[in-house]
Design a protein around this ligand. Structure first.
Ligand code: PMP
Length: 306
């Protein structure tokens, strides 16, 4: 990670190295944090966030699910994001708002601990590597199941959920894969450790529904919209694991990952073993949003205000 100059913490911008917390911070012990990841792209009109307001809404929703009282409203956080990008002189960036229960009495609930909010922003390349965009990456289905319904809420982007993601990724790396895929408690496809998943078969796109223990990804919904605009049918339904083995194409979506091609699953080549034509068309439409070649008809881009 490339350090930048300032992080917003405790109500103001402070130097990156000074943005620290006490070791008795509640979130360190009990996982009580929620966060977001938002990309800023360098567009012909200037630096622009992709779906800032939707990400911030999900952030506030995540906090609400965990009954965290945010110290200010969403509008204020929008202004803080602008401030962090501008102060760091960033044209493109990954923005990371984080809220967590801080330092206070040591109880499991932590409801009397102050909710602290921080916002960092830094340059970040494609999460699964540049190869993921074109050649595709090798992935494996994990032996770790994603959380069962009514255990930990997957609609919340909470720090604790990423313990499941870490187990899935660790196992994937141990087997030489770039990323791991989780199945839900009923054995159906769920998502990657940090990405949503799509399967293409006979020209139709399939992706697991939000009841499959997935984070309802914002890139997932952008991809569904772009695919429909390109004339593809998209089905959100429960999917068997073996669909991965007979797919024409598989790809993953996420803010950090963008749209990554998958070239093999569990050692079986997907389609012809490289990025397929549907994935390529969707990538072109997606990245076209940032150079103006795809019309931003939904107003997904929001300029950074300085
Ligand atoms: N699932 C998980 C577990 C993730 O961490 C992410 C990345 N935030 C996604 C899906 C994709 O979500 P989004 O497109 O909103 O970044």
């Amino acid at each position: 990670m490339e350090e930048t100059q300032f992080i917003w913490h405790g109500g103001k911008l402070i130097p990156w190295k000074e943005a620290t917390v006490h070791v008795m911070t509640h979130a360190l012990h009990y996982g009580s944090s929620v966060f977001e990841g938002i990309r800023v792209y360098d567009t012909p009109n200037g630096p622009a966030y992709l779906c800032l307001e939707r990400h911030l809404k999900r952030f506030y929703d995540s906090a609400r699910i965990y009954r965290m009282t945010m110290p200010f409203e969403q509008d204020e956080l929008t202004r803080i994001c602008h401030q962090v990008i501008t102060a760091n002189g960033l044209k493109s960036a990954y923005v990371r708002p984080l809220a967590f229960r801080g330092y206070g009495p040591i109880t499991v609930y932590g409801n009397s601990d102050p909710v602290e909010v921080t916002v960092a922003a830094f340059p970040w390349g494609a999460y699964l590597g540049e190869d993921a965009l074109e050649s595709g990456v090798d992935v494996g289905v994990s032996s770790w199941t994603r959380v069962a319904p009514n255990t930990l809420p997957t609609m919340a982007k909470a720090g604790g959920n990423y313990l499941s993601s870490q187990l899935i990724t660790m196992e994937a790396h141990r087997h030489g894969y770039t990323e791991g895929i989780g199945l839900d408690a009923s054995g159906h496809l769920s998502e990657g450790a940090g990405e949503n998943i799509f399967v293409v078969r006979d020209g139709v796109l399939y992706t697991p529904p939000i009841t499959a223990a997935i984070l309802p990804g914002i890139t997932r919904s952008i991809t569904i919209d772009l695919a429909q605009r390109l004339g593809y049918e998209v089905r959100e339904e429960s999917l068997p694991r073996e669909l991965l083995y007979v797919a024409d194409e598989v790809f993953m979506t996420g803010t950090a990952t963008e749209i990554a091609a998958i070239r093999s699953v569990d050692g079986l080549a997907v389609g012809c073993g490289k990025r397929g034509p549907v994935t390529e068309k969707l990538q072109k439409a997606f990245f076209g949003l940032f150079d103006g070649s795809t019309e931003d008809s939904q107003g997904w881009l929001e300029l950074v205000e300085s």
